[in-house]
Design a protein around this ligand. Structure first.
Ligand SMILES: CC(C)(COP(=O)(O)OP(=O)(O)OC[C@H]1O[C@@H](n2cnc3c(N)ncnc32)[C@H](O)[C@@H]1OP(=O)(O)O)[C@@H](O)C(=O)NCCC(=O)NCCS
Length: 151
């Protein structure tokens, strides 16, 4: 089986429906399309024999200055692995790939926001080197952390 990480082209964005339910989460699907269109986001897709299995994005400019600082800090966003393929190291590989790409693009910090009750994701990020807590707080969705990794 051929495993690859590729950059998502706008024309292929509907294929992410193999990873998550784009019809039920139509607001997120629209957001993905708009962010890709604007060039503010780059999305990487994990493929197995060309099937879309996982996804992660880098966002250059966010409204919250904790998350992005021009030419210095970029934000990791929307990490997700198809449910049937979790616990196989795909999430970890996607984060490592995004971090390496951000570094090659000249960024020296990578931020991420994560819900405190998302144990799997918190654990993954800590293992991946997100060792600074920028902020711990609460929003409408619950308690969350903003984490930082030095690249
Ligand atoms: C979080 C998510 C992306 C992890 O992807 P994955 O491919 O299953 O993760 P990996 O197999 O690469 O696991 C890497 C590490 O993450 C942690 N982890 C992943 N899933 C876990 C789980 N169910 N329970 C505990 N730890 C978990 C572990 O530390 C794991 O390392 P280990 O296998 O050596 O113990 C996946 O569970 C997912 O898509 N969740 C829904 C979307 C989401 O919550 N995204 C994060 C938004 S911030």
């Amino acid at each position: 089986m051929e495993h690859k990480i590729i950059r998502l082209e706008l024309s292929d964005y509907e294929k992410c429906g193999n990873i998550w339910d784009m019809q039920r989460q139509s607001d997120l699907a629209a957001q993905l399309y708009q962010r890709l269109l604007s060039g503010n986001q780059t999305t990487f897709v994990y493929t197995i024999d060309n099937a879309f299995i996982g996804e992660v994005s880098l966002v250059r400019q966010m409204d919250d200055p904790d998350y992005t600082i021009p030419d210095r800090r970029i934000c990791l966003s929307r990490l997700i692995v198809r449910e049937s393929h979790r616990r196989q190291g795909i999430g970890r590989r996607l984060v490592a790939y995004a971090a390496e790409t951000a570094k090659q693009q000249g960024f020296c910090e990578l931020s991420v926001g994560v819900d405190l009750d998302n144990y799997a994701a918190v654990r993954l990020y800590v293992q991946a080197g997100f060792d600074r807590i920028l902020f711990a707080g609460e929003d409408a969705y619950g308690r969350y952390l903003k984490l930082l990794k030095t690249l």
